[in-house]
Structures are given as C-alpha cells and as structure tokens.
Ligand binder design. Structure first.
Ligand code: R5P
Length: 313
C-alpha cells in the first residue's frame, strides 16, 4: 500500500521503538545490521519501503559514534530503497551541548550532525527536549520538538504535596526550561549560578530565589556524569532546602553517575526512556516514565498531516 507508515529501529533503543509500534498498532519493520571483520557496518532493509512514509528511531547514546553511523547508513539505505518520506526519530540528540563556538578552533558538532542527517537522506526530524531551543535552528528541514515536561510534571503533581515546593534550575541556561516546569506545577522557582570546570566537575554559587524550608524539584534536560546534580544537592542543602527531587528527560548516566546519585540524599529521580537504561544502571530511587505514547501520537500526526503542537495544548 503506498504511503503506508513504517517504523524501523537502530540498535540504541529498540525497546522504545517496539513500544512506539505497540501504541500505533503496527509491527516494527525489519532491517539487518551487522559488522564486517574490518569494523565496517552493513545495513540492509528487509522489506520494501517503496513510496512508504518511513520513521527511523535511533537515540544518539553510547557508543555515540557507532549509533550515529548506524543511523546515517540506514537513512541512506532507506532513501536508496525509494521511501517516499523519511523522518529521523531521535529521542535523545547527543552533541546538542556542542551548540556554540565558545573556544577557539572548535566545531559546532550539533550543527554538523544536523547537516549529516540531511545528506544521509532525512526529510524531517522528530526529537525531544534538545539541550537548547536554538539547536532547532541547526536543521534546514522541518523539526518537531517534543517535550517530556508534561509527563514528568504530571507525575510530581500526582505524587507530591506541592504546597511547599520550588522548582530549581541548575544553571542560568536551564532557567527557561525549569520555568515551564514551574508554570505547569504552579510553584515558584529558583536559579543557581553554575560554572563547569571540566566534563565531570562543576562549581555553583549564588542561589536566586527562596529554597529555605522548601521541597526542591530540580529540573534539567539530561543527567550525564551527575556532577551537576550532586553539586546542586550540596548547594540546596547549604541553603536550607528540605526534601530534594529530580526530574530530567534524558538519563545518559555515564561515568560515576549511578554510584554518586544512588548514594546521594535525593529522594526520587524521575527520568524518561529516551535513553535505554541497562539493568546494571538501574537503582531504587530512579523511576523511568515512558514517552512512547507521546512519540507514537506525534508519528501518527506527522503521517496524517495533523498538528503536532496540538498535542501539548
Ligand atoms: C548542562 O548545561 C545541562 O543542562 C545538564 O545540566 C548537564 O548536561 C548535566 O551534565 P552532568 O550530569 O555531567 O553534570
């Protein structure tokens, strides 16, 4: 059937892709990915995509370069196989933190990946909670930018007494994002002054806003090494905060994140499943909410030409 919707998945997060397909009510389409002895990847689409509306799901998680290359080769194979339209579904867009030229002789890699996606054959992109809204502008094709904010907010609204709550942004860059969270929960907010010393070391100073005696809900786009959260907890405790909760869209959880966060005084950490968390990285205070229903609705709306922003009204 021409214009039929098909969903494929790379190896980064097949569980999420399967869940998306279950919500749509279609099987996950088949492709074969293998690696030659010389480490070159081989991807073959195992069913016809001629004139089909194809969605290729791949989160850019570790090993990041492998997953990017797998995505590019699959997009190229889909285009060569005469797909009518190809949407790269990238629940977690890595390299989005490389979004500005803030040192001499560096690449804005977030823009480079956007260019490569177009070259490989993507006609549009569907993604979630980019590190900065400006990253959206790196793409010279339509981008639908979903957010896990309502999903995470609604969980806190149902489970917490918010009468003494304050939403906290870990740095000035995250203030707008945390502001949306605070608005939805109808709480006040606080912003902390943060400097990143290195990949896994941050320092914080001034807390702007009242956190004393309040239950703090820290909201961030991603948890990478966990350094930001560990430091934010210390800062909030010094400032007299009561219980501390965390909401973050992307649980990248690299380096010593699991060890540091599981032994921290955080009461509960709510994340989404944009990034697959293997069993060895799960810990008791980490609670994963699925964004598969949201992605499945967005995919169906893109397929039928309905508004995606209406999903958030
Ligand atoms: C930084 O600007 C981001 O919003 C996150 O705070 C950051 O990516 C978290 O990284 P880490 O967990 O390594 O501190």
């Amino acid at each position: 059937m021409p214009n039929e919707l098909k969903v494929f998945s790379g190896g980064a997060n097949t569980a999420l892709a399967r869940e998306i397909c279950d919500h749509i009510g279609i099987p996950l389409s088949r492709l074969d990915t293998s690696r030659f002895s010389n480490d070159n990847l081989f991807v073959q689409i195992e069913e016809s995509v001629r004139e089909k509306d194809v969605f290729m799901v791949q989160s850019l998680t570790q090993p990041v370069s492998d997953h990017i290359m797998e995505l590019m080769i699959t997009l190229d194979a889909l285009r060569s196989a005469s797909a009518r339209r190809i949407t790269a579904v990238i629940p977690y867009y890595s390299y989005a933190r490389s979004d500005k030229k803030d040192a001499p002789r560096i690449s804005i890699a977030g823009r480079l990946i956007a260019d490569l996606l177009k070259t490989a054959g993507a006609d549009r992109v569907l993604t979630m909670d980019l590190h900065a809204d400006s990253v959206h502008g790196f793409f010279s094709m339509p981008v639908d930018h979903l957010t896990a904010v309502p999903t995470i907010c609604d969980y806190f609204a149902k489970t917490l007494d918010l009468s003494r709550a304050v939403v906290v942004a870990t740095d000035a860059g995250g203030a707008k994002r945390a502001g949306r969270f605070a608005k939805r929960l109808n709480t006040s907010m606080a912003i902390i002054d943060k400097r990143r010393i290195s990949d896994s070391d941050v320092k914080q100073g001034l807390v702007v806003g009242n956190v004393k005696g309040r239950d703090a809900i820290i909201f961030d786009d991603e948890i990478s090494t966990g350094a930001t959260l560990v430091t934010t907890v210390e800062t909030l405790e010094k400032a007299g905060a009561n219980k501390i909760y965390v909401g973050a869209t992307h649980p990248v959880l690299c380096g010593a994140a699991v060890q540091n966060l599981s032994s921290s005084s955080i009461t509960e950490i709510i994340v989404s499943n944009t990034v697959h968390i293997p069993n060895e990285k799960q810990f008791s205070k980490l609670n994963v909410l699925s964004v598969a229903p949201l992605f499945s609705q967005a995919i169906q709306r893109i397929h039928t030409g309905e508004s995606v922003s209406d999903l958030f009204k």
